[in-house]
Design a protein around this ligand. Structure first.
Ligand code: UFG
Length: 341
């Protein structure tokens, strides 16, 4: 839409070395933005900035900083003047959030407060916030529209909802502040270079990283959580979205904040749901491997179906996902193989 229109806009990506952050870095650079990364590398590989340099051709500027550290955050904002922040930095595991709620509130809420506070102190008036479809909980009607009341079912989801509400209140009380809330559905895939992707060094709990482990022989089998859902094959249905599409959504969100559109809150999904079984079959096809599995009990808190209503993202941002499940599995498998080489 507005490639190169905002060439001189300087954007700070918190969590910019992570899975979605690193892909968004590439997309923003390609769109002409001037981008810096803030990350503490707790859940990202140290060599991601070098890999980003290989992809975009210029060195990445990196602030090694923990968003929980108020003074360190202030130091970053004192060192540079930014025009906008894209705030990815957060903890994101649902089960971990249940066992460490204080840690989740500290990073996801106090960390966000530190960023917003430093933005206010230095006159940064645009922020894109990573939110999640998890804030909807288990709504009855599908697809899920943005107006659906929030009903977080986990500490993780609650921290994201608190973040949304905090920033929304702040924007209402601060006339200059423009806010983009992006509610991600299930991100999968990797950059076609195979240089960046979902970090395989973590013990995965999400479906595709687990399948990838099984396909590569690092795990014996996939446990499918529930085969008796009211879905065509009995397994859970999700709206998987390619991380490249998601990254492009952030470019459009920033473009909107710098343009006429202003503040917005949208889902980022494809609108198409795939079952666990669909993902297994597709991954088997693209990898040429067999994925052994067995069906176990349902996982607590899992909805049967989660699919995005995509009309608002299209109407407000002009966003439509372009890549499908096969592209996502190919990207994931290619990334994994490059790491293991
Ligand atoms: N699943 C399995 N076996 C596994 C892992 C997952 O059968 O080993 C199933 C789940 O039961 C579900 C589907 O695969 O039906 C997807 O599960 P994920 O864990 O990959 O994703 P979720 O939909 O549970 O959650 C993801 C993110 C959350 C985010 C949410 C938004 O992990 O952070 O999407 O809806 F909040």
């Amino acid at each position: 839409m507005t490639q190169d229109r905002h060439t001189n806009k300087r954007v700070l990506l918190t969590g910019g070395a992570g899975f979605i952050g690193s892909h968004t870095y590439v997309a923003l650079i390609e769109a002409g933005y001037d981008v810096a990364i803030l990350d503490n590398f707790e859940n990202a590989r140290r060599d991601v900035p070098d890999r980003l340099e290989q992809i975009v051709g210029t060195p990445a500027q990196v602030f090694d900083c923990d968003i929980r550290n108020t003074e360190a955050v202030q130091g970053v904002f004192a060192a540079e003047q930014f025009d906008a922040v894209v705030h990815f930095a957060a903890l994101k595991s649902v089960p971990e959030s249940q066992s460490n709620p204080m840690g989740y509130f500290e990073t996801n809420c106090i960390g966000l407060y530190n960023i917003a506070s430093a933005m206010q102190a230095t006159g940064v008036s645009r922020i894109v916030f990573s939110s999640s479809a998890a804030i909807y909980g288990n709504p009855e009607s599908m697809p899920i529209a943005e107006e659906t009341p929030a009903c977080p079912q986990s500490v993780y989801a609650q921290t994201k909802r608190v973040g949304e509400e905090f920033l929304t209140s702040l924007a209402q009380a601060t006339p200059d502040l423009r806010l983009g809330i992006l509610r991600y559905f299930n991100p999968v895939g990797a950059h076609p270079s195979g240089l960046i992707g979902e970090d395989p060094s973590q013990t995965p709990t999400n479906l595709v990283p687990v399948i990838a482990r099984v396909a590569s022989g690092q795990m014996a089998e996939l446990r499918i959580f529930g085969g008796d859902y009211p879905t065509p094959d009995g397994t859970g249905i999700r709206d998987y979205i390619h991380v490249l599409d998601l990254a492009r959504g952030h470019v459009l969100s920033l473009d909107a904040l710098f343009g006429e559109t202003g503040s917005h809150c949208v889902n980022l999904g494809t609108g198409t749901g795939y079952s666990v079984m669909d993902v297994v079959k597709t991954y088997e096809r693209v990898s040429g491997r067999t994925i052994p599995y067995h069906i176990t009990d349902r996982r607590a808190g899992d909805p049967a179906v989660s699919c995005a209503a995509t009309g608002q993202a299209k109407a407000v941002l002009g966003f439509e996902a372009q890549l499908g499940l096969e592209d996502m599995c190919v990207g994931n498998w290619h990334f994994l193989n490059r790491q293991n080489r």
